[in-house]
Design a protein around this ligand. Structure first.
Ligand code: PSV
Ligand code: MN
Ligand code: MN
Length: 388
């Protein structure tokens, strides 16, 4: 039997980080459909993030992306967040948008370009100092399009050298979260294509270097929960970039394409002790809402993570262990499926009520008038920056 009070208590401690870029306009390389009321600057993104937190109760931090969220005074931005019940979360670097990065950033064959990229990463750590953020999130677009284009091994050496310099700069309570992605924008060889490569670099760097699992960055059929279990077991799972994919890096709402996969991932998190605050796992969204309304889509995503977590917490671990030890294949599978097939919507409504949050976040948001207000007040919304 699962202890329902304990499940609810755990759910009340949940924290999902929303990405600043999800609040802005985004699209594909074919078209960016501008929406009314989207934020015009990082301050307005925080206003919207505060609404997501207000109506869900479990989205207290916001990830920034530099330079998309560049401001004069980052301490002031952190204070602005605090005044709205938020904190600034991971600082995401951007070494992929300048012309200089055509052949890569910290793996580039030219030392001058590598220096430029590294200076940007170091600047991101300066920003972390000002905002109080604990995580530097690194995703590199580096790679090659053709066999022979550059030396695969030399690029790994440059990567290791660059990461080591950034690692050295990290202060007390700061971490480096290294993201991997199997392809795109490079199509022949990506320099950090998989968790093994990310893990190998992190292992060399030290304990402040951790792997981040973006759920959209794997080949079809990849068993992501196995990766999660393995990284957790090795003490190297730094966090998640949650989203859904049907084909490539779709960045659709988490839990939309495959809620069962999200449940399986969350089960391994719970199983591996990763849900406890002390584990320090960052549960971030990395999404773009191209055609749907942004704030409701982010609220829905947070709810999807919450529901998957509730189901994962509901797994009767003792019964599962008994069935596993007994070699009861069908019985063990049934225990897991029982939890997955449980309708947890009433449970999470109750949890919200206990937290002083409206049990129906989407309806409450719709009634709040915020969407109408920002549509009237904000003219000329900002593009997320990541338009493709
Ligand atoms: C690009 O693939 C990407 O989607 C990565 O997942 C990053 O986390 C994100 O952009 C923001 O830089
Ligand atoms: Mn990501
Ligand atoms: Mn991505």
């Amino acid at each position: 039997m699962t202890d329902l009070a304990a499940v609810k208590a755990a759910l009340r401690t949940q924290a999902v980080e929303t990405p600043s870029w999800a609040y802005g306009n985004s699209g594909t390389r074919f078209k960016v459909f501008a929406q009314a009321g989207v934020p015009r600057d990082p301050w307005e993104k925080l206003q919207d993030a505060a609404k997501v937190h207000e109506f869900t109760g479990v989205a207290p931090t916001v990830a920034l992306h530099i330079p998309w969220d560049r401001v004069e005074d980052y301490a002031a931005l952190a204070k602005y967040a605090e005044e709205r019940g938020l904190r600034l979360g991971a600082i995401n670097s951007n070494t992929f948008q300048d012309d200089d990065y055509r052949l890569g950033s910290i793996c580039h064959p030219d030392a001058a370009v590598r220096r430029k990229a590294l200076d940007h990463l170091l600047e991101c750590v300066d920003i972390m100092d000002a905002t109080g953020s604990g995580d530097l999130k690194l995703w590199f677009a580096d790679g090659t399009n053709y066999p022979g284009q550059d030396d695969i091994r030399a690029r790994q050496d440059r990567l290791a050298e660059g990461l080591a310099e950034v690692y050295e700069r990290l202060g007390e309570g700061q971490r480096m979260l290294l993201e991997y992605k199997f392809f795109e924008p490079a199509f022949y060889a990506t320099d950090v294509p998989d968790w093994g490569t990310a893990y190998a670099h992190c292992l060399k760097l030290g304990p402040k270097a951790q792997v981040v699992v973006d759920t959209g960055h794997h080949a079809p059929g990849t068993n992501i929960e196995f990766i999660v279990a393995t990284l957790l077991r090795e003490g190297r799972l730094g966090g998640f970039d949650f989203n859904s994919r049907f084909y490539a890096d779709d960045d659709l709402m988490v839990g939309a394409a495959d809620p069962f996969q999200l449940f399986r991932i969350m089960y391994e998190v719970v199983r591996g002790g990763g849900f406890a605050a002390e584990a320090g796992i960052a549960f971030m969204l990395d999404q773009c809402h191209n055609i749907e309304a942004k704030i409701p889509a982010i609220i829905r995503s947070v709810m999807n993570v919450q529901e998957a977590t509730a189901k994962a917490l509901l797994v009767d671990r003792a019964a599962l262990a008994d069935a596993q030890v007994a070699g009861d294949v069908l019985g063990a599978n049934a225990v897991l499926m029982d939890a997955y097939n449980t309708d947890v919507r009433t449970l999470v409504r109750e949890v919200r009520g206990e937290m002083g949050v409206d049990p129906e976040p989407l309806a409450a948001y719709a009634l709040s008038g915020w969407a109408e207000r920002i549509a009237a007040e904000r003219v000329g919304g900002q593009q997320a920056g990541w338009g493709a």
